[in-house]
Each structure stands twice: as structure tokens, then as C-alpha cells.
Write a protein of this length. Sequence first.
Length: 209
Amino acid sequence: MAEILKVNDFELEYVLEYSTRLILSGKVIAFPTDTYYGLGADPFNLAAVTEIFRIKGRSSDRPIPLLVASLDQAADLVADPPQLFFTLAKKFWPGPLTLVVPASRQIPLKITANTGKVGLRWPRSLLAEALITALGRPLTGTSANLSERPACATAVEVEEQIGGSVPLILDGGNAAGERPSTVVELRGERVRILRPGGIAESELEDYLA
């Protein structure tokens, strides 16, 4: 069973050191974001990425989104980002908007499911931001649940679904857990909504294709 670490019971420095050590050794952990709990792994470690698919029971033809902690970090992951990328990021980040963009060459094809595209998001979560900053690299951000099962808003829900498959669950209390992030694909200077979520369509109407 997973170790559940109640973040408020420990110094943040210890939580980050312990978590990053596991992630950099190729492990996958669960942690809260501003939407639901996510599965955090090193996206540049293919064995760790493969483990995410195993944990979720997810087919490898579905891409894995990445979480970042700054706009600069995100821009480095995009191949020739259009101006709209920066416009939307500055308007809605940190927050529940995932931008699907052409992936830079540094991102493994396994992350993009061979699509050449990657979903990027900067979550409005101090713990997630601190974890990404401590790692010094983006973090995988797919939801911490079994495929086709509900996303998890608490550490207990994560434990019930996948507690036997991850070594650590960071219990940061209840995630917002009301809606997932809105996912939009950038097509030049327009966007197409792939999944509705925390950012309403009305907020994006000026950019819709």
C-alpha cells in the first residue's frame, strides 16, 4: 500500500526532498493540484511514463499532459509557440486551462502518444508549483485514478483506486475537485475546445475557431 504523507504534518522542505527523490529515481507519486489529484513522474524517464500507463490501466495511444511552474518553462516545451499561446497563458495561468500545442523535440514521443502535440498547464497550487520547482523540470499531470473511473479529489479516494500501485500519496487535503481543466488545442491564432472544464467557453469566445 502507498505511504500517505499529510503535508501539513511535515516541513515543506522535507516533503519536497522526499518526493523529488522518489520522482527522480523513476517512481510515480500522487499529489493534489487545483483540480484533482494527479500522478507525478519525470516525463523524461520513459520507464516512469510507462508505469503511469500501467497504474491507470490506460492505453498508450492517449497522451499525458505536463504541469509547469512558469511561462518560461512552458515555452521551452513548445515548438515555435504562436503569440496566442502567450496571450492565453498570461490570461488564464496559473489556473485550470490546458493548452495543447506542438511539442518541442525534447519531449518524448511517449508523452505525446506519437501525436507531436503536448498539453501544458500551470496549476494554481502552491504545493504543485513547489514540487515542480524543486524538480527543476515539468511534471506529468494526468489524473490519479484508474481509466474510466472518477477523478479523485482526496488522498483517500486515490488510495482506494490506486493505493497498491504508487509508493507515495501526498495528502494536501481536498483538491477543488469540481471540474477538470478546460483543454484547448491551439491552431495558429485560434483555439478549439477539446474538453470543457474550469474555464468557461464564454471566457474563450474571442479566441475560438
